[in-house]
Design a protein around this ligand. Structure first.
Ligand SMILES: [Zn+2]
Length: 120
């Protein structure tokens, strides 16, 4: 039986405080149906953890969308924090989540420190 509380999406972001206000503006504008939020250093870097959270969000709140957001100058990536590396990790995370949850829509984004979001 489905529980009565549902939301539209899960949003996976880095814990980095510098991104917070731009993300809030962006989610207010983009996601109208509510969302679960996971803030973890490196965003999708710890994929097994992210996968668990997506699964819980799917089971508990019947989400239909997954937003994966990595960002510029991420401390969890250190010197590896290049656009190419983030693109690679985001695409891989998308592929793995899609294999497990084929019905979910997955949106991957790269956030610049100036607050811009780039579709990956
Ligand atoms: Zn970060």
């Amino acid at each position: 039986m489905k529980s009565s509380h549902s939301c539209q999406a899960i949003v996976v972001i880095c814990m980095d405080f510098r991104l917070r206000s731009a993300i809030r503006k962006w989610t207010d504008k983009t996601i109208k149906g509510g969302f679960d939020k996971v803030a973890i250093a490196g965003g999708v870097k710890n994929l097994p953890f992210v996968l668990d959270q997506v699964e819980l969000s799917y089971k508990l709140h019947h989400i239909t969308e997954v937003y994966l957001i990595n960002h510029e100058d991420c401390g969890a990536y250190g010197a590896e924090s290049t656009l190419e590396k983030h693109q690679k990790d985001l695409k891989f995370a998308k592929k793995i989540i899609k294999e497990k949850f084929p019905h979910l829509k997955i949106i991957t984004l790269y956030q610049n420190l100036n607050g811009q979001f780039l579709k990956v």
